[in-house]
Design a binder for this molecule. Sequence first.
Ligand code: SF4
Length: 417
Amino acid sequence: MKLTSLLRIWLTRSFRPFIFTNKYLNLLDYENTQQLGLYVHIPFCKSICSFCPYCKVVYDESLARKYKTALVKEINLVGSTQKDKKEATSLYFGGGTPALMADDLDQIIQTLKKYFYINGEIGVELHPNDISESLLAKLKSAGVTMISVGIQSFDEGCLSALGRSRADYDEVFHSIKNACFQTVDMDLIFGIPRQTEKTLLKDIETAFAGGATQISTYPFIDFTFANNNDQPLPARKKKKMLKAIASYCEETERVRTSVWTFAEPKTKKYSSITRDNFLGFGVSATTLLKDQFKINTFSIEGYIHRIESQHLPTSLTLDFSLRQRAVYYLFWSAYSMEISPEKFRDLFGISLNRLFGVEFYICRIMGLVKKEEGNYHLTERGAYYYHYIEQVYTTAYIDKMWNISRNIPFPDQIILK
Ligand code: SF4
């Protein structure tokens, strides 16, 4: 039996797999949901990088115009069902390359603000080639407070393995420094074919020197539907690299803020993936609520068509059991290296110890977590195992889900075992 299946059966105490079906509701129940994040997906890129698994197409002006209209309608469809304006902890634009719709972001943000008080950061993912002083000024005036730059690597050899070309980094750094965003994240990939520890650590230093307040370092994963020429470095090399990143950041007094992120001290930490609940808008966007997880269609045409007929573009829905939902929550909490039993009780109305006391006892014995001031913290060993298991799940679950969704706009069912 696969590791993913074993863990799922053990942690959920059930043989029931995760079953996503094509049924969907046109009314989302998020009125009483706390800690709600917002996500908007912009699926256009100037060109396609060979390693990239995300939902995107090459930019087409007329399609982008229709997409924007549909996006605004989707927000109105979802937002107008609530009696009162809701608080949202953050808003994040991912892609794709949101900068290709920079002129539309203000309208999208204003539409969201009709229904939500956005009291946290508004972040945008950027490709280095798109960064200029004028673009960043435009984003600032639309209310954006943080940017995440998909650098991936500064090294020519690594970039070419990812199907990318070099950007004008002097211009990128200069623009970023002048724009003074309070949070600047730079994404870097490790485990790229032929990458060495030396080039990786140099990438990290270049990112911080170039104005990053934090770096997010992701292991290179070869998705089955990507067009990589070479395989990622083997797991043991990735393990050494993650260790080297953590040691280097510790020596240079950067703070580990999650399994894969490291920040300058006293800067605001930011993660686009750890939210208790979230609403996602746009193709391939996901929504996580109290007992439901839903995924929008990956087809831009299918998305526009659904919205035009006043229907939500949901392609798949999973109804969680309590334990499944709790496992999902714990998985992403563990990514932030800290799990709060108090917060768990608030969210699920039952103590963490009652549901997962045995698991936490075993994790403590194995040196994967330690308890400090009432909360569980991942140790370095725990962070490594998390890093390993995250990749196993990405390959078993996300790869399968995205691969089917890329080919079938509205699949009947997907079962993840
Ligand atoms: S990595 Fe970024 S720019 Fe490249 S194809 Fe993917 S979303 Fe587009």
